[in-house]
Write a protein that binds this ligand. Structure first.
Ligand code: BTN
Length: 266
């Protein structure tokens, strides 16, 4: 398979590996990291698969991965001591939005209701289009590596018990998983550079301008509770700010905003 990365990212040193069928691109990315003899100052390697047999979602869920949708993971190592795990998630979220906007314009799609949903799903017409699974793993006693798994429904609707899903081609997007990946690799690189040059505030700002949940009443499911409140945005560490009863502002660092209108009854 030819290198499907955008050529600017190849020039910038990003690596690429493709598989027809694998268990999970996140696991392969980790194996690639383990095989590296020496870690350079910065290492960036995209893994792409046509199909996954053991696709994983957040919080132990399964991610159905039939042929036609996008399954990719970015293996990232950066020698800096700063923990960049959380910000990588948000860089991926805004990069997905940039890619969708690019194809929306290319295919002249006029009306489309899409938004980021905390922490980092893309929602179209109140249905889930994509998901991100960030894993931080130890590569040796001193260093962590980041594996940023991204799944986007492009060609096929997946049937999930908990929520409704959407896929891009149903809205007139004529792109396939490979062309979407090429542009995603470019926008990812641009946003990662934006973060390195201007800091996390630039990503924070971009994320907020692409979020239509702000000021709305939402329900968040955490490990232990279901909490209702007004979504007031995110704090400096990208935690969810929720105004609950008695006007109390709480901060959540993990959870799922439930899509009320399209919730399926199991
Ligand atoms: C979520 O639950 O919303 C996150 C889903 C992440 C799925 C992607 S597909 C590519 C990568 N490999 C995996 O096994 N999972 C992620």
């Amino acid at each position: 398979m030819k290198n499907l990365l955008h050529k600017k990212t190849i020039e910038a040193g990003y690596k690429f590996t493709y598989f027809d069928i694998i268990d999970s691109t996140n696991d392969v990315a980790f194996e690639i990291a383990q095989q590296l003899e020496k870690l350079p100052v910065e290492y960036k390697h995209w893994v792409l698969a046509k199909k996954q047999e053991q696709g994983r979602g957040r919080r132990g869920r399964t991610w159905q991965s039939p042929v036609g949708n996008l399954y990719t993971s970015l293996l990232l190592f950066n020698e800096s001591k700063e923990n960049i795990g959380v910000i990588l998630n948000f860089i991926a979220g805004v990069s997905l939005i940039d890619t969708i906007k690019y194809f929306k314009k290319l295919y002249n799609i006029s009306t489309l209701d899409f938004s980021l949903k905390w922490p980092n799903d893309v929602i179209i017409n109140n249905k889930k289009l994509s998901g991100i699974l960030l894993e931080v793993r130890k590569i040796n006693s001193k260093h962590d590596i980041y594996i940023l798994g991204i799944g986007v429904n492009i060609k096929t609707k997946v049937d999930v018990m908990a929520y409704e899903t959407a896929y891009l081609q149903e809205f007139g997007f004529k792109c396939d998983a490979e062309s979407f990946f090429e542009m995603l690799s470019l926008y990812w690189m641009n946003n990662y550079e934006l973060f390195k040059n201007e800091g996390k505030a630039a990503i924070y700002k971009k994320w907020l301008t692409n979020n239509s949940f702000i000021g709305n009443n939402i329900t968040v499911k955490t490990e232990t509770d279901i909490i209702e409140g007004i979504f007031e945005g995110i704090d400096d560490n990208f935690n969810c700010l929720l105004r609950i009863k008695d006007n109390k502002l709480i901060t959540l660092n993990t959870g799922d905003i439930l899509l009320k209108l399209n919730l399926k009854t199991p």
